[in-house]
Design a protein around this ligand. Structure first.
Ligand SMILES: NC(=O)c1ccc[n+]([C@@H]2O[C@H](COP(=O)([O-])OP(=O)(O)OC[C@H]3O[C@@H](n4cnc5c(N)ncnc54)[C@H](O)[C@@H]3O)[C@@H](O)[C@H]2O)c1
Length: 334
């Protein structure tokens, strides 16, 4: 069989994230955007002009092409499962925006289907690819902070009315899968489970503060992990002003705090051991803005996984685990 040198993508959903994905994919040497589909035809056409790809007025026509190897799904969350399954049936690899799907049964069916077909299925999890997050993960793998007994996470955003009005699906529980936990909190919850391991018990409260909003825009939780670590978390889209996400880990040998946009702001070790350095082995093109560096690493990994027939660095079962975490949180707080 001829060796594949680049991955052709169909992009489904040309909104806020679709545009970011396209910026990134068009700068990856061995990726090409071939086609695009959006339910909103004028948006899809503008996008296709901007990124010099083919707009199809039918989703299947965008995907079912020989030059398309993979599909990137950036449509509203309730569509992820069905669109990914259809792409899989057309023998395409799939990279989906978070969440993998809004229902656990759909996550399971997708995972089984893609495993049986030996196709790659992965969820965009760009925060895992941030150099400071990678450095902290390395520190944990090397047990530098000792036994972690406490974590604190705060994901306290402010999303204004415009954010919900410009895309009404964002405030529909059915279409987005929930409120702040499923839509914003999920990134840091994913980091927690990835770094510290599975959870055992959650207790928490959710609340709707914004008058015209139906889902939770505030969540406060206490979590016990299987390894005994205890943690507290808050997530919100209603606190003012928008605050950077923050994660602190406390271990028997030291502690570490990461703040979004600032990186590791505090690393303290009883014996003065420094945090491990993240070795950057990927050159990022100049045209990529710094806020998309982690996305660039994420997508490069997905492209490489297809070209080299290997697993991505974001195993899809871990992406299902975080959806389950959110569902369990909803269950205990209802
Ligand atoms: N990774 C991240 O940091 C991040 C951030 C924000 C959103 N997201 C996720 O990305 C996805 C998209 O979010 P967004 O903020 O870009 O939304 P958006 O509303 O800006 O864009 C969604 C696009 O999908 C289109 N669409 C609607 N129905 C469609 C259909 N049936 N088929 C194809 N396209 C359809 C809409 O017209 C719109 O252009 C969501 O799943 C969201 O959870 C991820």
């Amino acid at each position: 069989m001829e060796e594949k040198l680049s991955v052709g993508f169909a992009l489904i959903g040309c909104g806020l994230m679709g545009d970011r994905h396209a910026q990134v994919l068009s700068s990856i040497t061995n990726a090409r955007i071939i086609s695009a589909y959006d339910l909103d035809e004028s948006r899809g056409k503008n996008f296709s002009e901007k990124y010099k790809c083919q707009y199809s007025s039918e989703i299947e026509d965008a995907i079912n092409r020989e030059d398309v190897d993979a599909v990137l799904i950036a449509s509203p969350s309730y569509l992820h499962a069905e669109q990914a399954m259809n792409a899989g049936k057309l023998e395409k690899h799939v990279l989906i925006e978070k969440p993998l799907a809004t229902e656990i049964e759909s996550c399971k069916s997708l995972i089984q289907f893609f495993e049986d077909k030996e196709l790659n299925l992965s969820v965009v999890s760009q925060k895992r690819f941030h150099p400071d997050v990678q450095s902290l993960k390395l520190a944990l793998e090397q047990n530098l902070l000792g036994e972690i007994f406490l974590f604190e996470v705060s994901i306290n955003y402010h999303r204004d009315d415009h954010y919900f009005e410009e895309a009404p699906w964002r405030s529909s529980g059915h279409e987005s899968g929930g409120g702040v936990l499923m839509n914003q909190g999920i990134h840091y919850l994913d980091l927690l489970l990835w770094m510290l391991g599975p959870y055992k018990k959650i207790s928490g409260f959710t609340k709707t503060v914004r008058p015209d909003y139906r889902e939770e825009d505030l969540a406060v939780g206490i979590v016990e992990l299987v390894n005994g670590t205890l943690g507290v978390m808050t997530a919100s889209t209603v606190t003012y002003p928008n605050s950077p996400e923050q994660l602190s880990l406390y271990g028997t040998l030291g502690s570490c705090t990461i703040v979004e946009g600032k990186g590791i702001v505090d690393w303290s070790h009883k014996d003065g051991i420094k945090q491990p350095e993240f070795k950057n082995d990927l050159e990022i093109p100049k045209e990529i803005p710094s806020k998309l560096f982690s996305m660039y690493r994420n997508h490069s990994d997905f492209v490489e996984s297809i070209l080299c027939s290997k697993e991505t660095k974001v195993p899809v079962r871990e992406s299902m685990a975080v959806v389950q975490f959110v569902k369990d949180f909803y269950e205990v707080s209802s």
